[in-house]
Design a protein around this ligand. Structure first.
Ligand code: PFF
Length: 477
């Protein structure tokens, strides 16, 4: 349940629909499901197996694979901590919008309201701009929730996810029914699903599919290893992994219907084509959707509120899952109490999030997300495959998984981990690096990319070595 909670999040509701739309609509589902089954599920099984086998946090788990690999574990737990800093800021936006739904505060021009009035967006990342008070308040609320959920340990997580996994799903279903019964809904759906097969020849579409599967399944971030370490000895590993992956993919697919039916309604009621709308991440959730809500003939406030409550409840279990691995790591190595480790990380996280609460926040969010979430994750996924597949006897992990699982893994799984997945990930990385060097992301200047992209990725990598070198509690005495 907690793994499903981590996987299903904002990535399903705002990221999947527009990534799907931009990459061929219905035809994107082909690379998406290929990526899901050739990389997503096998890697999820791998991470569950490692966590269940090592019964410890990622740094200790990799130490068990080989002393010199401890840094890989630290690397995997540091990345989601950085992701959390900006993920929580998007949740802070949702928090404000949940309240703004009460009086449809965005008025007639939701775009102007979002970018100018709410974010106070500056023209470039260099111009920092002031702190936005509503966003800072939202950050305080979300970081406090994360602290309260995590500091008492894993039992409380179990209780929280029993609510935060089903509630948003029910809300999403209500919203989908509302969306599908609006006039124009079918136009939106056919826009979402009509396949454009010519796009399948494009490498970027495949890149987007693998990236989305990694991000959405919370892979390569130490989370699934940490959660699997809490599983009972006899838990079925393969089944758990398949259920998690299908629940995640199913939610994304459903969210596409929810969002695009409303977009269809918006275009029909305003009398213009869908391609004239801004269907990008933040645009979709904080501009297009509010505009559509204001047009609803009745209960606009109600549907606005439940949309943002659904986003918040979807997001919260992903957000705390980003903090749990690093606190488990600190607890494992230095025997720091869970409450202290969580407190320290939430305070650092809050201060790190503040940059995203400034007028330049959305620029930095975009740059850091692109570099950390796509490069960072794919790179770590690759290193995981190499270390676990080549530096350790992968068949031992397979046998461990098979001991407690109904669906048995064959040699094909070893092949995927050792050869197929690394091969695909290397190609993706090379393509992405070439593309990013020839065309700097978002047209930003090189020093901005250096500051927001290269330095965080390399810095985290170096920090993981430092953490490995510092002596742990039982080693130090
Ligand atoms: N899987 C989450 C989502 O789809 O929203 C996002 C996520 C969770 C990303 C955990 C990174 C992470 F470490």
């Amino acid at each position: 349940m907690a793994a499903v909670g981590s996987a299903v999040g904002l990535g399903n509701v705002w990221r999947f629909p527009y990534i799907c739309y931009e990459n061929g609509g219905g035809a994107f589902l082909i690379p998406y499901f290929v990526a899901l089954f050739t990389a997503g599920v096998p890697l999820l099984i791998l991470e569950f197996t490692v966590g269940h086998w090592a019964r410890s946090s990622p740094p200790e788990a990799f130490k068990k694979i080989g002393k010199k690999w401890e840094w890989v574990g630290w690397w995997t737990v540091l990345i989601p901590f950085v992701v959390a800093a900006y993920y929580v800021s998007v949740m802070a936006w949702c928090f404000s919008y949940m309240l703004y739904s009460l009086d449809l505060r965005w008025g007639a021009n939701a775009e102007q309201f979002f970018f100018k009035t709410f974010l106070g967006m500056t023209n470039s990342p260099e111009i920092i701009g002031g702190l936005r008070v509503p966003i800072v308040l939202g950050l305080i609320v979300v970081w406090m929730c994360i602290f309260v959920i995590l500091y008492k340990g894993v039992k409380r997580i179990g209780k929280v996810v029993a609510l935060t996994v089903p509630i948003p799903l029910i809300l999403l279903i209500i919203l989908t029914i509302r969306g599908l019964t609006l006039p124009g809904a079918m136009e939106g759906i056919s826009y979402y699903l009509t396949p454009d097969f010519s796009k399948l020849a494009n490498a970027n579409v495949w890149l987007a599919a693998y990236g989305q599967v990694f991000f959405s399944l919370s892979l390569a971030q130490g989370i699934m290893i940490t959660y699997a370490s809490f599983l009972k000895k006899k838990s079925d590993i393969t089944n758990n992994a398949i259920i998690t992956a299908l629940a995640d993919a199913g939610t994304s697919f459903l969210a596409g219907f929810t969002v695009f039916s409303v977009i269809g309604y918006l275009t029909v009621s305003q009398g213009f084509g869908i391609d004239q709308l801004s269907i990008s991440g933040p645009g979709l959730t904080f501009v297009t959707y509010p505009t559509a809500i204001s047009l609803l003939p009745f209960a606009a406030t109600f549907f606005g509120m439940i949309f943002y409550v659904a986003l918040l409840t979807f997001g919260i279990d992903s957000a705390f899952s980003m903090i749990e691995p690093i606190t488990s790591g600190l607890h494992g190595k230095w025997k720091m109490s869970k409450a202290k480790a969580t407190g320290i990380m939430c305070i650092i996280g809050f201060f790190a999030s503040l940059i995203f609460a400034t007028g330049s926040g959305i620029h930095w969010l975009d740059i850091i997300d692109h570099h950390i979430a796509s490069f960072g994750l794919v790179l770590i996924g690759l290193v995981e495959c190499i270390v676990l597949g080549w530096m350790y006897k992968i068949y031992k992990l397979r046998e461990h998984a098979n001991k407690t699982s109904d669906v048995l893994l064959g040699r094909w799984w070893d092949f995927l981990i050792k050869f197929a997945i690394p091969f695909v990930l290397i190609i993706i990385l090379i393509l992405a690096i070439v593309e990013n060097i020839t065309k700097p992301y978002g047209g930003y200047s090189w020093y901005i990319i250096l500051l927001g992209g290269v330095i965080p990725v390399v810095g985290i990598f170096l920090l993981s070595f430092v953490l490995m070198k510092i002596k742990g509690k039982e080693e130090g005495v």
